[in-house]
Design a protein. Structure first.
Length: 829
């Protein structure tokens, strides 16, 4: 990889490998340490690139200034924003002071990390530069870490005066040692002199005391002998503080190598390139081991006074030179401004002549337009006269309309008053209705409390193994009516009742867990399309059901033992009954998990009974499927492969939509009579080719094509491979099957025989002992009349009326299928 620089020699090559993570670290190191691509020279860039960079800098500057302005606004101060663009920050500040005649300035004097309570001198080069070269009339306060450390007073006569703490504070470090500076303000008429604190000051203080005046300490400033300032050259850099060799005595020198810049801020040189001489005084060596007595003997008062006078005269000359420079610059500016005004006056005069010619032409046009306007005015006057005549006519019409509006308003007020009366009557009737409903609810609660004391017997009986052996004549093989992976089923008579006895083998797929689960589910649930549990023998893993003489749906579809084929009307009813019982199971959070025709039993009236709950699962509310749309149970796939949900096989998540898939396969078998293997592909091809009629089971009779096609499409939707795309049994499938069942004139409870005189026991409420009008399923799995169960719960009971066990919750699920069956049974003649 090549990283390009400005020249060919600046290219840096980086070798990268296959492992990007390691090579990326190598590349980042090269980017950070090569120095390539960081800066470009302006003369190597395009003008638009330079302009874009400057514009970006201005935007950043404006955002920063806006933040500072917000700080001022938050404190209630109205501030103005000014800025200046220069290559040097310190030069820009000095130029800004000069341009705007700044009288007072506050700026930083040192970095916050250098701050101390005893700090009185400047550490920043920019602050030192501004302090020395700013206009003398500007007062400058230098701040460090929110505290003022130094003040330079402004002077109207051009001389600046510096103020700091009056005490001697060691602050600034130089190469030859620490030098302590002290300065203080002296009123006008006194000489302003600063000097490094040294042992000789003691002598000067003594001399000052003898003369009755206080002489401030001096500050040594000098320029190198060869230093000259040339007009027109730019000041490059503030060179800071220099020291001489310790062998000749430490001397502090603060100077500027070139004091003239291109902007003409401050000039100390004349056009003849005259030398500028700064006044300097010697300071004593801080490390001089000479005792104070020797220094006192060497001091000469006369020389000292002359030195003071020379320094004062030098300051005056310097101030006069600066003022002369300022006056000359002001005169130049005034001359330029005068030329600009003359040019502007000439331009204005030319514009005025042109404007007058334009006015003359415009005036001529206005006169012509005036004549035209006069003619138009006459025409408008005539139109106005006609409009006034029409106005009087319209006013009379408006008066008539006002009378009509007043009549309508009176009628509207009457209607509103009548509406308010009706609303008041409605509110009174609503109150009476609420009172009646409350009274009815109280009566229901009393009735439920009276009925809650009734006792209910168990729904199944535990039989001994000897009774089972006697009922099956010691498990006679001639009485065996079925066999599967779970075990064998025998037909027998027990306690004068014909029953089906299911005995699990020890090596069957269903073990004690599945056996106990099937007993618990069937003992808790009652539905007209669920096989009825008669009893159980836990010692031998035996379950005793009601005997269903019609065989299984698998046998009837295959016409086993020469049984007659099922008609298409019967098949529609079977599908509706299967949908009804599945809706009931899913409302109880139970998934069958092994739906297939062999588990659908038929009684002598061909009423469907769902059996074999060995591998059913109760869905926990704490377990959710991967798509978070329905309850599920995580388990190992069991059952018949061709009827199993593909997502259940891949994920192990059993949901109510798994039963929907199996229901779709069974519905396709009812339509076609064909085996389940590859049946969905055959039906889909027939639908795509409009050839559905050829795959319908001809033994079922003449299928209505519209209903058959509707059932086929419904079955294919149920068999969708994606679980979330399958329809809901209660809200979608039942709405299709129920009208078909009704149109066939079939009843789910009495088809093919006369109505039984005895009321089915599952129509009876266990509490009221009456036919249920609004059946609901409680948490114990039993079905009750809604009014009776609410009365039971409202009376303070939290246990099941059937099992006397504590209820998991007080939720009531409407049993729509049982309610429909009861209503149809009641409507039969």
């Amino acid at each position: 990889m090549e990283i390009r620089g400005e020249n060919v020699e600046d290219k840096v090559y980086v070798a990268v490998g296959k492992i990007m993570k390691e090579s990326q670290l190598t590349l980042l190191w090269a980017l950070h340490n090569s120095g390539v691509g960081t800066k470009f020279r302006i003369n190597q860039l395009e003008p638009d690139q330079v302009a874009t960079y400057h514009e970006k800098e201005r935007q950043d500057m404006q955002q920063l200034l806006n933040k500072y302005n917000q700080t001022c606004q938050q404190t209630g101060v109205c501030a103005e924003i000014h800025h200046i663009e220069m290559d040097s920050i310190e030069k820009g500040i000095v130029e800004f002071i000069l341009q705007h005649n700044v009288r007072r300035l506050v700026m930083g004097g040192a970095a916050d990390k250098h701050y101390s309570k005893k700090m009185v001198d400047l550490r920043s080069k920019k602050a030192i530069y501004v302090n020395l070269l700013a206009a003398p009339s500007c007062q400058i306060q230098f701040i460090c870490k929110g505290n003022i450390i130094f003040t330079r007073q402004g002077r109207l006569d051009g001389a600046g005066v510096s103020i700091s703490s009056p005490s001697l504070i060691p602050n600034t470090n130089f190469d030859s040692g620490e030098v302590s500076l002290r300065s203080k303000s002296i009123t006008e008429g006194q000489n302003t002199i600063s000097q490094l604190d040294s042992p000789t000051q003691n002598y000067r203080r003594v001399m000052s005391d003898n003369r009755g005046t206080s002489v401030p300490p001096t500050f040594s400033v000098e320029l190198p002998p060869a230093t000259r300032l040339f007009p027109g050259r730019m000041y490059d850099e503030w060179n800071g503080i220099a020291q001489r060799s310790p062998s000749t005595g430490s001397r502090l020198s603060i100077y500027s190598s070139e004091m003239v810049d291109d902007s003409g801020l401050i000039r100390y040189a004349s056009e003849a390139d005259s030398d500028y001489v700064s006044v300097s005084t010697f300071k004593e060596d801080l490390q001089n081991p000479s005792p104070p007595s020797v220094l006192d003997r060497e001091m000469n008062d006369e020389l000292y006074d002359q030195l003071i006078q020379a320094m004062a005269e030098a300051d005056n000359y310097k101030r006069d030179a600066f003022e002369e420079s300022m006056r000359r610059r002001k005169a130049e500016k005034d001359a330029i401004e005068a030329k600009r005004r003359v040019k502007a006056s000439e331009d204005l005069f030319a514009e005025e002549l042109k404007r007058r010619r334009d006015i003359d032409e415009a005036l001529k046009k206005i006169k012509e337009e005036h004549e035209s306007t006069k003619r138009e005015l006459d025409e408008i006057s005539e139109e106005l006269r006609m409009a006034l005549e029409q106005r009087s006519l319209l006013e009379s019409q408006i008066a008539d309309s006002d009378h009509t509006v007043q009549d309508l308003e009176r009628k509207m007020f009457s209607a509103v008053e009548l509406l308010q009366n009706y609303k008041k009557e409605r509110d009174e009737l609503q109150v009476e209705c609420d009172d009646a409903l409350r009274l009815l609810e109280e009566m229901r609660e009393k009735q439920a409390e009276e009925a809650s004391c009734s006792s209910v017997s168990r729904f199944y009986t535990e039989f001994s193994f000897s009774e089972v052996k006697e009922a099956t004549r010691n498990f006679d093989q001639s009485l065996k009516i079925g066999k599967g992976g779970y075990g064998s089923i025998f037909r027998g008579f027990i306690r004068h009742t014909e029953v089906a006895i299911k005995m699990l083998d020890s090596h069957s797929m269903q073990g004690p867990k599945e056996y106990q689960q099937e007993v618990n589910v069937l003992s808790r649930l009652r539905h007209p399309n669920l096989v009825t549990l008669i009893g159980a023998c836990p010692d031998a893993w035996i379950i005793i059901y009601e005997f269903l003489s019609g065989g299984s749906l698998e046998d009837r579809l295959e016409c086993k033992d020469n049984t007659p084929p099922l008609s298409w009307q019967t098949r529609i009813r079977i599908a509706a009954e299967l949908c009804s019982v599945l809706i009931f199971l899913h409302s109880c959070d139970i998934v069958h998990g092994d739906l297939k025709p062999s588990n659908l039993l038929l009684d002598k009236n061909l009423v469907t009974k769902l059996s074999d709950f060995g591998i059913c699962r109760v869905l926990s509310q704490n377990e959710f499927s991967s798509n978070n749309t329905s309850f599920c149970c995580q388990t190992d796939p069991k059952g018949t492969f061709v009827y199993m949900d593909p997502e259940f096989l891949s994920t192990g998540e059993l949901t109510s939509k798994s039963d929907t898939y199996s229901f779709g396969i069974i519905l396709l078998r009812l339509l076609t009579g064909r085996p389940a293997l590859r049946l969905t592909k055959e039906v889909q091809c027939a639908l795509n080719e409009d050839n559905l009629k050829n795959i319908l089971d001809p033994t079922a009779g003449d299928w209505p094509f519209v209903q058959a096609q509707q059932l086929a499409l419904l079955a294919m939707n149920c068999c969708d491979v994606v679980r979330k795309n399958r329809p809901d049994l209660a809200s979608e499938v039942w709405r299709v099957l129920e009208p078909m069942r009704v149109s066939c004139g079939l009843s789910p409870s009495g088809f093919g025989s006369e109505r039984q005189c005895q009321i089915p026991h599952y129509f009876i409420c266990p509490i009221f002992q009456e036919i249920m009008q609004d059946p609901v399923v409680a948490a114990d799995g039993f079905t009750y009349e809604a009014e009776a169960l609410r009365g039971w719960l409202d009376s303070g009971h939290n246990t099941s009326p059937m099992t006397n066990l504590e209820l998991a919750n007080s939720n009531l699920v409407p049993n729509h299928a049982l309610r429909s069956a009861i209503q149809e049974w009641l409507q039969q003649p």
